[in-house]
Design a protein around this ligand. Structure first.
Ligand code: CP
Length: 338
């Protein structure tokens, strides 16, 4: 993959060497993300950050990542306040917005919509989530986090044993993650979901065609045994045809410290793309795990900045110039609480 000027729409675009390249650039971004150094390499550049579904992490970290490279961010967060509400097509919208922008990040409720937008865009478009389809930057940051967590346990993604838990039908983060994991070797996947919320069969077949082991479970306690990583997900209630239907699944699987201690191997990593549903009736990932050092969910969100900086740097072809525009040590000595 060349990256320069390309749209990032699906993890299908990534070979293993591409993933390694993103991770190498993400590592380079650490001093800038941590405000130890500043760079103005993207001074004058504009990111149009268009999120037509709720988002905290993806929207804000795309924006922060661009700011950390010296660029400016324009936010559009409400379809009703754009001319789409007046019947403008996604393609006309793209023709206009891409004339105003150097790069575009977009989330949209419909599968395939970001690709449709990108087909008419003159600027690179990064998919921030399209309906139940894909969430490629989330999968990359998840994989980056997994690699770091596994290295500290003397393990690798090759040979990984992972349990993916929850709403696997509608969870786009899981769809992208599993397809990305398929480019590694000998992954053993436990799919833990209610039968009605099981993963699309094409993803299972894709994993199996690449030689990976896939086993399905409908009981949490069985599926979380003998794995290195638990990847917990929220029931995507906004995708159900009615709240009544969604309520059938709320709180069905609950991982807490007691269940973890009883059924998981020591030091099993706990991940979640977030947001977790912390309502009393849901709690797929209990807050009593917050003091468990194996809980990596906020390391994931921190890594999201690095990965999104890396994607901008690669797509806009400024990887080799980031340091040239560095202004040295900054005001920051960020004495942060861990
Ligand atoms: N993980 C994720 O996509 O979070 P947001 O919906 O807050 O962006």
């Amino acid at each position: 993959m060349d990256f320069v000027g390309e749209h990032i729409l699906s993890v299908d675009q990534f070979e293993r060497t591409d993933i390694d390249q993103v991770f190498r650039v993400a590592d380079m971004m650490e001093p800038y993300a941590h405000r130890v150094k500043v760079t103005r390499v993207l001074q004058g550049a504009i990111l149009s950050n268009m999120f037509f579904e709720p988002s905290t992490r993806t929207r804000v970290s795309f924006g922060c990542a661009f700011n950390l490279l010296g660029g400016d961010v324009r936010e559009t967060t409400d379809m009703g306040s754009s001319a789409i509400a007046k019947g403008e097509s996604l393609q006309d919208f793209a023709r206009v917005i891409s004339g105003y922008s150097d790069v575009i990040a977009m989330r949209h409720p419909d599968e395939g919509s970001v690709a449709e937008f990108a087909s008419a865009s003159r600027a690179p478009v990064i998919n921030g989530g399209d309906g139940t389809n894909e969430h490629p930057s989330q999968a990359l940051l998840d994989l980056y986090t997994m690699q770091k967590e596994l290295w500290s346990r003397r393990k690798t993604i090759d040979g990984l044993r992972i349990a993916v838990i929850g709403d696997l039908k509608y969870g786009r983060a899981v769809h992208s993650l599993l397809k990305l994991l398929a480019v590694f070797d000998a992954v053993n996947v436990h799919l833990v979901a209610p039968p009605d919320l099981s993963i699309p069969m094409d993803i299972v077949e894709f994993l199996q065609s690449r030689g990976h082991s896939v086993t399905t479970f409908d009981r949490l306690e069985e599926g979380i045994q003998s794995v290195d990583i638990l990847y917990v997900t929220r029931t995507q209630e906004e995708r159900f045809s009615s709240q009544q239907e969604a309520d059938r699944y709320r709180g069905l699987f609950r991982l807490n410290q007691t269940v973890y201690t009883k059924h998981c191997e020591p030091n099993t990593v706990i991940m979640h793309p977030l947001p977790r549903d912390s309502r009393r009736s849901a709690q797929e990932l209990s807050e009593d795990l917050d003091s468990n050092p194996n809980l990596a969910i906020f390391r994931q969100t921190d890594n999201g900045i690095l990965i999104r900086m890396a994607l901008f740097a690669l797509v806009l072809d400024i990887v080799d110039r980031v340091d040239d525009y560095a202004a040295g040590v900054t005001w920051n000595t960020r004495k942060r609480r861990s």
